[in-house]
Design a binder for this molecule. Structure first.
Ligand SMILES: N[C@@H](CCC(=O)N[C@@H](CS)C(=O)NCC(=O)O)C(=O)O
Length: 213
């Protein structure tokens, strides 16, 4: 189960992991109600949040746990070398646990652009940290993705950040912009955006359609 694609950034992470692993699951999309209390999500998932996965009789929630479950089916979703794998897991965990300033000031909307808005001090500090993390891995592995040619679960965890940068257009380095474009061009991310734009207008929430909330 995922939230609607226009808004649900955590769902994008879990959905990418499931699709990258090729798990055969039915996709259930629930339009988010806003405010973190969608009745259909509350009733159907242990944590009251999406993404939520049921597969082979197993129930998994929390995007990072879903990533790890998918990697058990497809170990190639983490980098092959142990040091790179450790770094990828560290970055994925850091994303899962943090960047609240960025996430609250620059919410995810796959269909809008709010260039220049949302630049709170906390968001800018988070963006600086994101750029440091990205440049370290991009320099070490040569891009286009964080750990080289393959799109890993670290990229899946940061894909909604790339999406936020496309919406809010903060000032970022050319290297970061290239990475954002590479993530956006990934066929699965492109599919997510296409499906987000095809969602019913009735699912739109005014609070997520303008920059100032
Ligand atoms: N830590 C959770 C966060 C999940 C989360 O907050 N998801 C939001 C949607 S993006 C949600 O389910 N909100 C409940 C709601 O809107 O009803 C994870 O990594 O999966």
């Amino acid at each position: 189960m995922i939230g609607n694609k226009r808004y649900s950034s955590w769902s994008l992470r879990g959905w990418l992991a499931v699709r990258l692993a090729g798990l055969d699951v039915e996709e259930v999309v629930v339009p988010l109600a806003g405010g973190g209390a969608t009745p259909g999500v509350r009733a159907a998932t242990p944590s009251g949040t999406v993404p939520y996965l049921e597969h082979d009789g197993v129930r998994i929630w929390e995007s990072l746990a879903i990533c790890e479950y998918c990697a058990e089916h497809a170990p190639r979703l983490w980098p092959a070398e142990r040091p790179a794998r450790a770094l990828a897991r560290s970055l994925a965990s850091e994303m899962h646990a943090g960047f609240r300033g960025l996430r609250s000031a620059m919410f995810f909307n796959a269909g809008r652009e709010f260039p220049g808005a949302g630049r709170t001090p906390d968001a800018l500090a988070d963006i600086a940290r994101v750029e440091r993390a990205w440049s370290e891995t991009l320099d070490a592995h040569g891009g286009p993705f964080l750990f080289g040619r393959d799109f890993t679960l670290a990229d899946a965890m940061f894909a909604p950040v790339a999406g936020r940068f496309l919406t809010w257009r903060p000032d970022i380095a050319a290297r970061s912009r290239d990475y954002v474009e590479a993530v956006r061009a990934h066929p699965l991310v492109d599919r997510w955006y296409a499906e987000a734009l095809a969602e019913p207008e009735a699912w739109r929430l005014p609070a997520y359609e303008t920059p100032g909330r």
